[in-house]
Structure formats: structure tokens, C-alpha cells
Design a protein around this ligand. Sequence first.
Ligand code: NDP
Length: 391
Amino acid sequence: MTISRRSLLGAAGASAALAPAVAQTQSQAKAAEPSDKVGFAIVGLGKLSLGQLIPGLKVAKNARLAAVVSGHPDKARRVAAENGLPADAVYGYDDYDRIAKDPRIQVVYVVLPNALHAEHTIKALKAGKHVLCEKPMATSIKDAEAMIAAAKAADRHLMIAYRCHYEPMNLDVMRRLRARSLGRVRQINTTMGRQADPSDPSDAWRLDGELSGNGALGDMGVYGVSAARYLLNEEPIAVQAWAQTDRTDPRFKETEDLINWQFRFPSGVIANGSTSFAYAPTMAFEAICEQGRLVADPAAFYGGNRLTVVKGGQAQPPVPAPPGDQFAREMDWMADVVRGKAPMVSPGEEGLQDMRLMQAILESAAKDGATVRTDWGYRRAVDPAVAVNVA
Ligand code: NDP
């Protein structure tokens, strides 16, 4: 049986819905008046938009749905009506340059197949809007650089939708590691994959080389590439990677399946990463320290994430992540960035760094594990563990 992205992540969301409400970011503490909320246009009405983002905007404190952009006018009109939007807040891909003249929209959230991120991000920036763009940022380094340049030219914010930067359990692990609560960290393991289902249109484009960029790596593996970096707050200096793809599996005509990699960090930490579109669903990471382990499993579901601290060989009772809507949290953060109330934590440069590292992974895998240097001097501007305030 194949397990779809929906069942993998949806099950986690359901368990979160049952848990008690606890923590909020500081930025979420007090709701803005409806008229003060930052207006978001959602571009692409697929699974994530309909299942997570539009519901997230309903509970967001500082962000609200202002418009929808879609290639399917009937669906767009229905979604707009269901969410109380007027008819003139519905746009198509060809005419949404008009948003430049729509003061209801401050942020454009690009939620399209990966190959379309750059075009629509640049279009929105040129229209004078801030952009929140889904991961992976783009399908080429050139496109990612063009997106960053467009944001600079327009003097607008470009944020990549790395929800784990704003998720309490991930932040908790970052802080424990910064504080060396179990001594120095020696090794990170990240495992991010699932079974892709080619009969699901939402997975069909993820298996298409052109639309997805690089299959499982950009879709699931990027969580591990990003996690190794934010857990350690440092950047890899070298990578080695290996791919194992069964070309008789009709899913893998154009993209790799199983990819495992090792990052070497300046501190001496080694991070092992793994991704696949053909193994049991998992989004987990582990930090092995001198005196124990921090095991986050699941680490990056939409809800229900869980941390187990293992110290002196003894597993302590799991710490569930405080519930709360991750997407609302992320969009509220973007709203606060736009209003000048919060620092930019996941800018385009963060997306570009992951793009460059994924390219290095593929380059090494193509050379059967040859070392590829990645010490090009990138440093993140803002450490989420310091900047993102979660109660
Ligand atoms: P879907 O396939 O479910 O939705 C994509 C939507 O894009 C479609 O419904 C369609 O909307 C629009 N679209 C425009 N052109 C095309 C095209 N050529 N082929 C297919 N769709 C097209 O994808 P998801 O919602 O799952 O993913 C969208 C983005 O969000 C991806 O970049 C993905 O990586 C990211 N994502 C991030 C997650 C996270 O946790 N941060 C989780 C899931 C996805 P319409 O009919 O309205 O035009």
C-alpha cells in the first residue's frame, strides 16, 4: 500500500487537534483588529492551500485571506465565496499583475509546483507586493538568485516558508543544543521521506523532473538539509552523497529515489541525511550528543511532533510539541516582518543555501560519493533559536 502525503501529514494534524492548547509566539499573543491584519493572496489552490493555509489564515492573529489566484476560475470563485471574499478578489495567473493596484493585498503566498515559484514570485515582487514562497524555493540556483535580486530591486520582503523555523518543538531542540544540555553535539541524523503515489496529481508533478526539480530531495529531503543547519547553527563545509534508484519503478523515470548524504561541519559534527519517495513515511531527526540524544519523531509533521530526551541510556517521557497552527504561526511571522515588528528569519538567502546544498548532494551522488566542497562562506543572518519567541 502506498501512503500519500495527505495521510502522512493529515494523521499528524488530526492528533494535534486533540491536544490541549499551550504555547503561542510572542507575535501571536494579541490579535490585530481585522482591519489591521496583513492581507495575503494565495497563489495556487491545491492541497496545501486548501487543506492548511486558508484554514491557517482563519486562526491567524495578524494575517488574513485577501485574494485567491488560480488557473481554475470555478474553483477559485467557490473558495472565495466560502471564505467571504468579494468576486473581485479572484485572480487568474495571466491577469494577476492587476494586484499591483489592489491595496487589500500586501503579501503574495506562492504555493505552486516548484518550477513555477520563481516566475510568480518575481511577478508579485514587481507588482510591489511582499512574497512568502513555498519550499523548495525554486528548481535552479539561477532562479533562486533572480528571486532574491527581484526582492532587492523592489525593496520588498521575500520569505521562504520554512515552517519548522517557527515551530515550538524544533525551536526547543535548537535551544537545548545551543545550551549544550547534553554536552557537545557530535552527530545529526535526519530521515525525511514517504511513498509517492503517482495516481495523485499532487504527487505526479513531484515525480516530474522539470516541475519538481529533483523529486524527493526537494520535496522531503530539504527538511533534513535545512534541519541539520538550523540545529547546529553552522554551515556544512563538504558533502558526500549516494543515490539508489530503481529505474524499473515507473515513479522514477526522471528523478532519483533514495538519496543519502553526509555533511561535514566546521565544528566537527557530521550530519547524515536521507530522503526517499519509496520508503515508509517518516519525518524525523536525532541529535547525538556527548551525554545523550535528542530524538524528534515526528519532527516536522503539521502537528503532533514529539521530542524524546535520552540521557544516560534512559529515555525520558516524550515531550509533545505545544499545539497551535504551524501555518498560522508562519504567516503571522511574515505579517509581523511586513509591519516591522519581527526580524526576517527565513529570507530568500536561506532558500538559496538549501538549493546550493541540494545541488552539491546531487553532484556528489552523480560521482558516486565524491567529496564536494560547500564552504562558500554563507552564514545565516538570524538564528531562529534567538529570534523566534515561543512561550
Ligand atoms: P498541489 O499539486 O496540491 O497544488 C498545486 C496547485 O498549483 C494546483 O492545485 C494548481 O492550483 C496550481 N498549478 C498551477 N500550475 C500547475 C501545474 N502545471 N501543475 C500542477 N498544479 C499547478 O501541490 P501542493 O499544494 O501539495 O504543493 C504546492 C507547493 O507547496 C509545493 O512547492 C510544495 O513543495 C509546497 N508544500 C509545502 C509544504 C510545507 O509543509 N511547507 C507541504 C506541502 C507542499 P489551481 O488549480 O488553483 O491553479
